[in-house]
Design a protein around this ligand. Sequence first.
Ligand code: ADE
Length: 230
Amino acid sequence: MKIAIMGAMREEIDPILESVGTYQTLEHAGNVFYTCTYKNHELVIAYSKIGKVFSAITASVMLERFGAEVLLFSGVAGGISKELKIGDLIMASALCQHDVDIVAFGHPYGFIPEGTLMIESDANLRSLASEVAIDMGVDLYEGIIATGDQFVASGERKSWIQQTFNADALEMEGASVACVCQNFGIPFFVLRAISDTADGGASDDFDAFLKTSAAESAKFILEMVKRIGD
Ligand code: ADE
């Protein structure tokens, strides 16, 4: 199967590239795409750069140019739910855009006409992930991930996102990638490891835990890849 694996930052895909052996590189549309064969799958791997626009470009290219049949996102997130501690893994059940605001026209926050407020991730990939978590002996949290073009480092903004969207974690790319996959009809999965708790200390925690949390997420994603199509 052709599988796309993407992150937003180099640190999020480096642990994957280090594990797949040899790969080819191709530059296109402002990204470097790494391709290889791994466990009988054809992989295309890339980091998009931060945010909804760059991640939508990368996801679109992976599907259109590389013909990916499934997309897995690996990276870090700010935790909202009190149950989530730094290093914990959360898979998105559904994703939304917390910074979409056309409330002036009577729409709820996060809603764009002809779109959906929440985009659900693929149920088969989520059940595969639950099996992988049991076998790896790791706790895997499932919940709503809210995406926006903001690094959230304020208790007030975090609470607003929690109350408005019932979100458990937040980040800057998941919902835009979900939107691309939904529109192309491609199954997708978003996994994040918590790097910070999106409040006053978020930027320091992010810097301190980006690499270790990204590595946890990457390790889990590679275990999933080994079992896709079994
Ligand atoms: N990704 C990781 N932590 C984040 C935060 N606090 N805000 C937005 N994206 C994040």
